[in-house]
Structures are given as structure tokens and as C-alpha cells.
Design a binder for this molecule. Structure first.
Ligand code: ADP
Length: 448
């Protein structure tokens, strides 16, 4: 096992990874920008190295600086967390070329899944069902017209290099197609430096259901069940549940079997998440994330597993040591992503937190790196806390979530706590009967 790990991230996820390291008896190295010198992840680490100025491209995305920090401190492995360099195949390669372990998949698999077209092609060959659409990159608008007519409108033009819900445009009819094609390509070029786009049928009432997998370097693959992430705004997740309120155990098992067999054939290693749209009892693959997800805690709560610990063990060459039959699911978990944003307009609201009280009690977990007196910097993602609750039933989890949200106090910056309180009380949420479009409408109604 490793003696020392460098964590190439900040905020709650850097702390989350430190916790797993500490329980494994592994020393931790934090890296930070000058803006984060006082951050919790720096204070709690065994060692820390300043890697540059506030802008992420000069610090948390600065591969050379991070590798130097690993070398100076004698770290043996790097955990990238999520975001930043976590899905950068070049970085993973550089880490390995420096004789360090990258706590994640093989660079070739990161590269493959980072190109959504390549990912879909690979999944299709492994027997995983896809959303109907273009067989690959769209060569021109004429091809887009032909494919759209075949799969039928509405359709979605998506960036091959897409992420974070960007580079995605809907065409309701043929009249919108050319504009959607142009806008998606421009957005993709600006955001990702790659204007390759593809086309998918736009599903009108799907749920977003994803499957958590874990694979060791010895060919063993298991899944830890599904997460339902249908509560989204602008294609970004706000609240996630495990398990899904609409999925049966038989459906989960069937999907899990196809996926674990496929990934075993691919020789995939470490953590991964396959994202699907689920509509009319059908799963359609949309993308695979080759990293730890923001919403991983809901899976940990229902499976009683520490996913970061598993990632570290696997990167150190250890075997899973259990099989699919050993993975069991207990109760229901819900996570709310709390951001420092105006709850109506979603405009980021960084600044000084003057008072802070986190909820507690049975079945309540808060993953956060903020405290009273902390200044939320304007340079990074605005998520400041994740509230996770677990209870034997979904109804129990909802009641627990309501009371935990009531206890939660963050003063000094605007947060999305009021929106989460409204969601918990909405009959559509309580019934579990919602699609990926529901939250957007719910938010719009609240703004009227
Ligand atoms: P990103 O990598 O930018 O997150 P995804 O492909 O994962 O992009 O899609 C993000 C979200 O966009 C999905 O969770 C879903 O809400 C919506 N979406 C993606 N593809 C489709 C589709 N074919 N039909 C309807 N909604 C879609």
C-alpha cells in the first residue's frame, strides 16, 4: 500500500479523499493556489504545497507544478478527485511516466471515454444499448438532416468533447436544425477546442440513471447499483438519489450484468460511471465518466462501501476481494448539492461566510470544506456543501432531508438551500414521478 498520496484537488472532495487516506494510514499532500492558502484541505493535510496563483489554469490545472509537488514531497500516487485534471488522459500518462500511480483508470480508457463518439462506439460493440442517433461525427448539415429524419424530431446536437452540459442544442423541427448545428459547434469549439458534434434523438421524458462500477487490475468488476440524477437544471445535477424510485431490482441486475461483462472485456480498471437515459423501460447509454463522481456518497450510504478507499486499494494493485453477490443495498439515500448562488437566478455569490451550522443526527452526512469565517473564493465551482441523508425507506429519507435542511444554516452568502427546501415539499418530488425536465419547470414557476 502507498505511504503518501498527493491530492490534486480542493474543497470538499480533497477533504473526502484525505479521510479515506487517513483511515488507510496513508499520509496526504495537499496542493493549493494562493487563494486557498487558508482552506480546510490545506489545514488538514499532513503536508501542503502552493502550486500557483488563483486562476485554475495556473494552479489546479498546472500539471508541471503538481508533478513537482509530488516529487518534492515523495508522494507515490496522485488522486485527481473530480473536475480539474481527473479526466485528462495526458495528465494520467505524465503521472505514470514519472513513476507514480494515477488513482483512476488507464489513460487509454480515459481518452476513449472522453470522446463521446468513441465511447458510444465502444459501448455498442460491448452490447450496451445507445440513444438512437448518428453513427459517429456528423460530417455536414446534410448528414444531420438525413439522420434527424430517420430518428425523428426533436433531436439533440451534442459535442463529442462535451461536459458540464455545454455544447448541446435541441432542434424541435427541421427549421431549427441548422441553427442548433451552428450554435453547438461554436460552443464546442470555444469550450473544448474541438468542434466535432454528433446527433441523438432528444428523449422527451427520460430519467437520468447511472450505474457505479469498480474494477480491479485483475479482471474483477462489480457494480454498486444505480443513482437517479434526474433533478437537473441546464443539464447539471442538483439532487441525486440511490436507488432510483422507478427501477426494480431485476432491471438493475440486468443492466449491471451487461455493463460489468462489457467492462471486463474492455479491461477497464478503477471507478467508473455509465450514464443512461431511462424511458419507457429502456436504458440508452449517453456517456461514461472515468472518475469519482460528485454524487458518489449516495452509493456509499446504501452499499456501505468507501469508494475512495476502493479506488486507492485498486491503484495499489490490490484485488477487490468480493464478488457481485457480496454487494448489498440497504435503504435509500439522497444528496443535495448546495452552492453559493442566488436560489432564484443561480448567479454565483462568493464572499465571507459569517455564520455556519451543519445539521447532524442519525443518517445525516455533510461533505463540505467551509466554516464560519471562510471566504468563498470567486475563482472556482460554487458548490460549498453536499448534504447526504440515509434512511431505511425513501419516505424516511425525505423526512430526514427536510429536517436536516431546516437545521442547515449558512449566513453571509446566498445559497441554494431555500430551493432544496422547496423541492423536498413538492408533491412531484415526493411521488418520485418526475423526469429530467421537471426541475427546470419547477424553478421557472417559482420565479413567476
Ligand atoms: P455532459 O457530459 O455535458 O454532462 P451528457 O451527455 O451527460 O452531457 O448529458 C447531460 C444531460 O443532458 C443528461 O443528464 C440529460 O439530462 C440531457 N441529455 C443528454 N442527452 C439527451 C438526449 N438524447 N435526450 C434528452 N436529454 C438528453
Amino acid at each position: 500500500m502507498f505511504k503518501k498520496i498527493l491530492i490534486a484537488n480542493r474543497g470538499e472532495i480533497a477533504l473526502r479523499i484525505q479521510r479515506a487516506c487517513r483511515e488507510l494510514g496513508i499520509a496526504t499532500v495537499a496542493v493549493h493556489s494562493t487563494a486557498d492558502a487558508d482552506a480546510m484541505h490545506v489545514r488538514f493535510a499532513d503536508e501542503s504545497v502552493c502550486i500557483g496563483p488563483p486562476a485554475a489554469r495556473d494552479s489546479y490545472l498546472n500539471m508541471q507544478a503538481i508533478l513537482s509537488a509530488a516529487e518534492i514531497t515523495g508522494a507515490e500516487a496522485i488522486h485527481p478527485g473530480y473536475g480539474f485534471l481527473s479526466e485528462n488522459a495526458d495528465f494520467a500518462e505524465m503521472v505514470e511516466a514519472h513513476g507514480l500511480a494515477f488513482i483512476g483508470p488507464e489513460p487509454s480508457h480515459i481518452r476513449m471515454m472522453g470522446d463521446k463518439i468513441a465511447a458510444k462506439t465502444a459501448m455498442e460493440s460491448l452490447g450496451v444499448p445507445l440513444v438512437p442517433g448518428s453513427p459517429g461525427e456528423l460530417k455536414n448539415i446534410e448528414e444531420a438532416r438525413i439522420v434527424a429524419a430517420r430518428v425523428q424530431y426533436p433531436v439533440l446536437i451534442k459535442a463529442a468533447a462535451g461536459g458540464g452540459g455545454r455544447g448541446m442544442k435541441v432542434a424541435q423541427t427541421e427549421d431549427d436544425l441548422e441553427e442548433a448545428w451552428q450554435v453547438a459547434r461554436t460552443e464546442a469549439r470555444t469550450a473544448f477546442g474541438n468542434d466535432a458534434v454528433y446527433l441523438e434523438k432528444y428523449l422527451d421524458k427520460p430519467r437520468h440513471i447511472e450505474l457505479q462500477v469498480m474494477a480491479d487490475a485483475h479482471g474483477n468488476v462489480v457494480h454498486f447499483g444505480e443513482r437517479d440524477c434526474s433533478l437537473q437544471r441546464r443539464h447539471q445535477k442538483l439532487l441525486e438519489e440511490a436507488g432510483s424510485p422507478v427501477l426494480s431490482a431485476a432491471e438493475r441486475d440486468a443492466l449491471g450484468e451487461v455493463v460489468t461483462k462489457g467492462l471486463s472485456k474492455l479491461g477497464y480498471r478503477n471507478a467508473g460511471t455509465l450514464e443512461f437515459l431511462y424511458q419507457d423501460g429502456q436504458f440508452s447509454f449517453i456517456e461514461m465518466n472515468t472518475r469519482l463522481q460528485v454524487e458518489h456518497p449516495v452509493t456509499e450510504m446504501v452499499c456501505g462501501v468507501d469508494l475512495v478507499r476502493e479506488q486507492i486499494r485498486i491503484a495499489a494493485g490490490e484485488r477487490l476481494g468480493y464478488t457481485q453477490e457480496d454487494v448489498t443495498f440497504s435503504g435509500h439515500a439522497i444528496e443535495c448539492r448546495i452552492t453559493a448562488e442566488d436560489p432564484d437566478t443561480f448567479v454565483p455569490n462568493p464572499g465571507l461566510i459569517t455564520a455556519y451550522h451543519a445539521p447532524g443526527g442519525l443518517g445525516v452526512r455533510v461533505d463540505s470544506a467551509i466554516y464560519a469565517g471562510y471566504k468563498v473564493p470567486p475563482y472556482y465551482d460554487s458548490m460549498i456543501a453536499k448534504l447526504i441523508v440515509h434512511a431505511p425507506t425513501r419516505e424516511g429519507a425525505i423526512n430526514r432531508l427536510r429536517r436536516a435542511l431546516d437545521e442547515f444554516a449558512v449566513v453571509g452568502v446566498k445559497t441554494t438551500l431555500p430551493l432544496h427546501r422547496r423541492i423536498v415539499d413538492a408533491p412531484e418530488f415526493q411521488s418520485g414521478n418526475y423526469t429530467i425536465h421537471w426541475l427546470e419547470e419547477f424553478v421557472a414557476k417559482g420565479q413567476e
